[in-house]
Design a protein around this ligand. Sequence first.
Ligand code: 5GP
Length: 237
Amino acid sequence: MKQREKLYEGKAKIIYATDDPNLVIQYFKDDATAFDGIKKGTIVDKGVINNHVSTKIFQYLEDKGVKTHFVELLSDREMLVKNLEIIPVEVVFRNVAAGSLCKRLGIEEGKHLDPCIQEFFYKSDPLHDPMINESHIKTFEWATEAEVVTLKSEGAKVNQLLMEFFKARGIRLVDFKLEFGRNQGDVLLGDEISPDGCRLWDWETGEKMDKDRFRFSLGSVEEKYQEVYNLVCGEGK
Ligand code: 5GP
């Protein structure tokens, strides 16, 4: 697979074209940002870890019947994926209260959420990803009614599957963000599934093992990402 021109560079990843218009390469960087890019830094080997962790999780989800953009792992930092027309909506699932939910509604961090909470955010850096609801999505035609049904149903299925996946590895899946896109008439799960976009707590101790360690300068950032890698992908890289 020949790598061609850079199509897009985001905060944590670069997308390159290939000689097949239906396929692109997702390159994982070590760059880390938080609070709308106000905090910037590097998490050493994050790109390698997130690429391998996402690969393992996409393969698991595909095995369980979830359609994703994943095609194959190309190298430590490169993943071959299907070219998506991104739906500009972030789908968040919350199983335990944390982050913006606590801030917005004054809920105590750590409260078990049953049933889980599902939220939509509009993917827009200049607007700081504002929270939206289904009627915004339909009126502004960010997705069709049928696509919204898919985002909710596939998202809920992914939440169930990921909760089981992480629980079996001693990790509590607190919350996470999904992105979807269109490809040849299908809606596919895109982006990455890694400690950058999921809150992951040690099942026993409650210790944070995700990007909140970077966001809030909690220390041991690389060590905790490595721990997630070891639990998800097995010992040794
Ligand atoms: P919150 O709304 O509490 O900030 O985030 C909820 C969950 O979605 C967290 O797991 C967080 O990591 C993830 N999330 C929300 N927005 C983004 C985003 O723009 N980038 C990344 N990497 N994760 C996000």
